[in-house]
Design a protein around this ligand. Structure first.
Ligand code: GDP
Ligand code: MG
Length: 174
């Protein structure tokens, strides 16, 4: 069998935007309400097949709290991919996401693949008044910075596989 390409991926973003829920939905196809907050960071792996290429994601799910910020470089330093998450229903979480993107662009590997992800799409689908970040605005920001962009729901799983699939497609074959 062909050896899988290992892809180290890090999740960054404000606390409670749904980073852990996104990873669990991708890795285990499940969702639980009121997940316990991540302390430090959690490590998960997932095999993923895209076309001819077999990928093994090695995922670092970091804690969003400010007191863990100084640990982040340890997780993104050798990462080939990053998912920076904000909550569509919280405008301030996009500002925080933008600071993470800037930090990655300055400090991480120059060829890192970055995906900007607006999570909790289900809340907006239920009630459009919940939306605080327009998709067009986030998309325009993402295009400027050459980032992948998706709106997702870790709850319904909408677009969750699409994010990881798009990242996998940007990873060069060995
Ligand atoms: P993290 O701190 O970024 O890892 O966020 P968590 O994954 O721990 O999620 C924080 C809270 O938001 C939990 O109560 C989750 O159940 C909830 N949550 C996460 N993703 C979604 C989503 O897509 N939709 C909704 N409605 N709630 C979500
Ligand atoms: Mg978490």
């Amino acid at each position: 069998s062909i050896k899988a390409t290992q892809v180290k991926l890090v999740l960054l973003g404000e606390s409670a935007v749904g980073k852990s829920s996104l990873v669990i939905q991708f890795v285990q196809q499940g969702y639980v309400e009121n997940r316990e907050p991540t302390i430090g960071a959690a490590f998960l792996t997932k095999k993923y097949q895209t076309g001819e290429q077999s990928i093994k994601f090695e995922i670092w799910d970091t804690a969003g709290q400010e007191r863990f910020h100084s640990l982040a470089p340890m997780y993104y330093r050798n990462a080939q991919a990053a998912i920076v998450v904000y909550d569509i229903t919280k405008a301030a979480s996009l500002d925080k996401a933008k600071t993470w993107v800037k930090e990655l662009q300055r400090q991480a590997s120059s060829d890192i693949v970055i995906a900007l992800v607006g999570n909790k799409l289900d809340l907006v689908q239920e009630d459009e008044h919940e939306r605080q970040v327009l998709a067009e605005d986030a998309q325009a920001y993402a295009e400027e910075g050459n980032l992948l962009f998706y709106e997702t729901s870790a709850k319904t799983s909408e677009n969750v596989d699409a994010v990881f699939g798009a990242i996998a497609n940007q990873i060069p074959a060995p």
